[in-house]
Design a protein around this ligand. Sequence first.
Ligand SMILES: Cc1cc2nc3c(=O)[nH]c(=O)nc-3n(C[C@H](O)[C@H](O)[C@H](O)COP(=O)(O)OP(=O)(O)OC[C@H]3O[C@@H](n4cnc5c(N)ncnc54)[C@H](O)[C@@H]3O)c2cc1C
Ligand SMILES: NC(=O)C1=CN([C@@H]2O[C@H](COP(=O)(O)OP(=O)(O)OC[C@H]3O[C@@H](n4cnc5c(N)ncnc54)[C@H](OP(=O)(O)O)[C@@H]3O)[C@@H](O)[C@H]2O)C=CC1
Ligand SMILES: C=C(O[C@H]1[C@H](O)[C@@H](CO)O[C@H](OP(=O)(O)OP(=O)(O)OC[C@H]2O[C@@H](n3ccc(=O)[nH]c3=O)[C@H](O)[C@@H]2O)[C@@H]1NC(C)=O)C(=O)O
Length: 301
Amino acid sequence: MQQWISLLSQNNVGNVLENEPLAKYTTWKIGGPADALVIPENKEQMVNLIQLLHKHQIPWMQLGRGSNMLVSDKGIRGVVVKPGEGFDYAEFHEGGVTAGAAHSFVKLSVVAAKKEWTGLEFGSGIPGTVGGAVYMNAGAHGSDVSRIFQSAEIVLETGELVRYSKEDMEFAYRHSVLHDRRGIVLEAAFALQQGERKVISESMAAYKDRRRRTQPLQMACAGSVFRNPPGDHAARLIEAAGLKGMTQGGAQVSTMHANFIVNTGQATAEDVITLMQQIQSTISSQNGINLVPEVFVVGER
Ligand SMILES: Cc1cc2nc3c(=O)[nH]c(=O)nc-3n(C[C@H](O)[C@H](O)[C@H](O)COP(=O)(O)OP(=O)(O)OC[C@H]3O[C@@H](n4cnc5c(N)ncnc54)[C@H](O)[C@@H]3O)c2cc1C
Ligand SMILES: NC(=O)C1=CN([C@@H]2O[C@H](COP(=O)(O)OP(=O)(O)OC[C@H]3O[C@@H](n4cnc5c(N)ncnc54)[C@H](OP(=O)(O)O)[C@@H]3O)[C@@H](O)[C@H]2O)C=CC1
Ligand SMILES: C=C(O[C@H]1[C@H](O)[C@@H](CO)O[C@H](OP(=O)(O)OP(=O)(O)OC[C@H]2O[C@@H](n3ccc(=O)[nH]c3=O)[C@H](O)[C@@H]2O)[C@@H]1NC(C)=O)C(=O)O
């Protein structure tokens, strides 16, 4: 056992799972083990953990629901930090809602709609956590997190607890400052308006219907694999290149949506990575466009 794993277990940092396979924590259902998966349940445990990791220079990364994440077959060397059930809460109040990092973004939008709050409708098909949605500035149907974000409580990699405003977050298309400055979101506050139940539920039903028609929701996947290049759509380019349906081992370019790669059952991370590289080289040579992954490929290769 790595010496630092016993160090973590001896401290108040939450549950420490050693050599934990990560496939079950990702929507692609792919991924080897983490040396340690640590699940803090409250702010104190999270701050203790990050301070220990910083002090002992132990490599770490954070995980939400793993719906935008490709974990390598050999897995993660070091610690994976996943906010636990203690971070799964949502408190509605005047002007909006404050939600814990582990709360489902889909459920947040569904409950907001039931309470006749408008602003979160776009989130009803984004199957990650609040923490992941803030990190990614997740968005759909012409809106994104930055449109409703008020502030977030964050533990920086030094262990310092800070509250970031919207300006601090430097949101852009699928981007936040946390891509450049490491930290873990503990909770986020979103500004919402009172709306009409009928209008809210009609737009959510339309979004749901559109997704069901255009995205392979029943297959294990991680949503869009590549970011859209300026002025175009990765899916349009991939379909036009004739790559829809292309397979590599158990991975397939979805026959429904060309920017989704689905796990047909036994895909490995290497299968997905090979397919991604084939797509990138084809689009680069045919269109001169460098497709940039939206999904994060993490772990030892
Ligand atoms: C069927 C399907 C449809 C999708 N549709 C959309 C869509 O329409 N729009 C869209 O934007 N995305 C979409 N996605 C992608 C994905 O759901 C989003 O990117 C989501 O926000 C990721 O959240 P997560 O909790 O799963 O994060 P993860 O995949 O676990 O992590 C993603 C990134 O966020 C970081 N992170 C996670 N939690 C935290 C935290 N608490 N603090 C700081 N950083 C953290 C991780 O380190 C990682 O870098 C879709 C995915 C699927 C499977
Ligand atoms: N392809 C993949 O790898 C994955 C795809 N997904 C897809 O992402 C979506 C969200 O999944 P998940 O986060 O697990 O949440 P769920 O689908 O479990 O939904 C959580 C709750 O919200 C309700 N709900 C969801 N969407 C709406 C909506 N638009 N309007 C009203 N109620 C809604 C659900 O009710 P009800 O059951 O009645 O819809 C359920 O009670 C689903 O479409 C799911 O199929 C999720 C994970 C992985
Ligand atoms: C799923 C994600 O987000 C999605 C988000 O759900 C939807 C809806 O708002 O808009 C983006 O997809 P997208 O650009 O592929 O949107 P779509 O409306 O499905 O397709 C765009 C265009 O591509 C074309 N298209 C789509 C699929 C396909 O197989 N072939 C094709 O040619 C469509 O005809 C359409 O003209 C987001 N993706 C990115 C990378 O920005 C994600 O980020 O994971």
